[in-house]
Write a protein that binds this ligand. Structure first.
Ligand code: ARG
Length: 503
């Protein structure tokens, strides 16, 4: 069945098969409702620049400004309508402008939908990336606060999930803070790549007009234009892929944090308890309190990774220039930004509310935890490490209680540097706790438990916070100059700072 291509920007009164229309539009028109405000902002900058180079008259610009600000208001309120027949939000915006103003027919001068889509995605993406960086820092600060509170709380460090060496809850929490600060560097790179303007690249080959690409970039609060017009066109999908790879790393960190907490809160370990309001119940087992939030943080890390793979798969085999394939990168991009924001909010809430059970952590300290420290005590006495390792292993493998006690005695002796073990028949809990504390005291290297430099970590976080807030403020000020008022580019409640679901 043929329908008409009427209403499309490329309509030349030729028929379009209805199935092809449904298939090619997909749900792009629905996804675009997230991008309309960003498109209004980018269109305002484009029109302002066209007037500055005398392609539009001051009267045209005034009309277009009025139309675009009216559309922006609707977009911010979530009432701007995009029909499937529009094909996408960019068409709907032009239709809105032509319906309300005579100058509407001039807005597309010197641009293609390709640079229009990219500009909208970049204006949206930089806002989302600024919000995400703020959420990462919120979680970093929560972890550093938790680390400070439990800096000296001993616990078993594990490898292979098995008991390994004495550690602290502070070391554990501060490790995730540092990992997330590293992830933040990736998001910052994405932000800086995103905050450049593709406008004026048109379909990837520029336009025979004296388009002032620097001016339009400055109006948008971008750091500058993407220089090469074909590089600008080719950045569609590639920039999304880079961003999703960075989000994949954030989600990976969060997944491990969630997985640790799922383990730590097992009744058999009971190192921490999740408060009841963070748990969901079972429909059949009345006693259940399940860590579904943490489980979904873990599962959605796999989803985000899949979305990153999907975008790279789409882009990888495309020749230069625009291809409709690129439309297919929009959903994964928007979805991953929201998903990771949700994960960050859930993890921050969880860290804020975690209840630590110090007695369970003390109970978890066992003599074999000190086997390696025992070997190092022998090394301090001059023995070669491999011999000391075998000696400590020899004390441990037989596994009988007294021998395990000997092993512990070794470590305790090393910790106290007195040679006197306090365990006698079998180590007492308090002794083990004291031994763990002294084992910490023997660790003097940078970054070990007891040498976490939490104030230094907090300073690093504060520097990052100032950078993120400063960049957002510069963009916000540019948009106030452009639109005459503050603009809400991104309506997603998940991406809203500290507000919305999960805040
Ligand atoms: N909805 C399309 C997209 O997101 C808009 C761009 C269409 N451009 C084109 N040359 N057909 O990719």
């Amino acid at each position: 069945m043929a329908s008409s291509s009427g209403g499309k920007l490329w309509d030349k009164s030729e028929p379009l098969d209805a199935l092809i229309e449904r298939f090619t539009v997909g749900d792009d028109y629905r996804l675009d409702s997230a991008l309309v405000a960003a498109d209004c902002v980018a269109s305002l900058a484009h029109a302002t620049m066209l007037a500055a180079i005398d392609v539009l008259t001051p009267g045209d610009l005034e009309e277009l400004r009025g139309g675009l600000l009216a559309a922006l208001e609707q977009a911010e309120a979530g009432t701007f309508v995009i029909e499937r027949a529009d094909e996408d939000g960019h068409t709907a915006l032009e239709r809105f402008l032509t319906r309300h103003t005579a100058a509407g027919a001039r807005i597309h001068t010197g641009r293609s939908r390709n640079d229009q889509v990219m500009a909208a995605l970049r204006v949206y993406g930089r806002d989302a990336l600024a919000a995400l960086q703020g959420l990462v820092l919120d979680l970093v600060d929560a972890l550093l606060g938790f680390a400070a509170e439990h800096e000296w709380c001993s616990m078993p460090g594990r490898t292979h999930t098995q008991i390994a060496m004495p550690s602290t809850l502070g070391l554990w929490a501060a490790a995730f803070a540092e990992e997330l600060l590293d992830d933040l560097a990736l998001l910052d790179t994405c932000y800086r790549l995103t905050n450049r303007s593709p406008l004026g690249s048109a379909a990837g080959y520029g336009a025979p007009l004296p388009l002032d690409r620097e001016q339009v970039a400055a109006l948008l609060g971008c750091d500058g234009p993407v220089h090469n017009v074909l590089a600008a066109a080719n950045s569609r999908g590639k920039l999304e892929a880079v961003t999703l790879d960075a989000l994949d790393q954030v989600a990976l960190s969060l997944s491990r944090l969630a997985q640790d907490l799922i383990l730590f809160s097992l009744p058999e370990l009971g190192y921490v308890t999740l408060p009841v309001e963070l748990c969901t119940g079972s429909s059949i087992m009345p006693h259940k309190r399940n860590p579904d939030g943490l489980e979904l943080v873990r599962a959605r890390a796999a989803t985000v990774s899949g979305l990153a793979g999907a975008v790279k798969g789409i882009v990888r085999n495309l020749p230069s220039g625009y291809h409709r394939d690129l439309q297919e990168t929009k959903r994964p991009y928007l979805q991953a930004l929201e998903t990771v924001a949700g994960q960050l909010k859930v993890m921050r809430l969880t860290v804020d509310r975690l209840q630590v059970r110090e007695e369970a952590l003390a109970r978890a300290l066992t003599p074999e935890l000190f086997a390696t420290d025992g070997a190092f005590a022998l090394v301090q006495g001059g023995m070669a490490f491999r011999d000391a390792y075998r000696a400590a292993a020899g004390a441990g493998v037989a596994g009988s209680a007294p021998e395990r006690g000997d092993l512990h005695t070794e470590a305790a002796a090393s910790a106290r540097r007195t040679g006197a073990g306090a365990v006698g028949e079998g180590p007492e809990r308090d002794d083990l706790r004291a031994d763990a504390e002294q084992a910490m005291a023997l660790r003097t290297s940078t970054g070990t438990a007891g040498n976490l430099d939490l104030p230094g970590c907090r300073r690093r976080s504060a520097v990052e916070r100032r950078r993120v807030d400063g960049a957002a403020a510069r963009v916000g000020a540019a948009l106030v100059r452009l639109a005459g008022r503050p603009v809400q580019v991104c309506r997603s409640a998940w991406l809203a700072p500290r507000e919305g679901p999960g805040a």
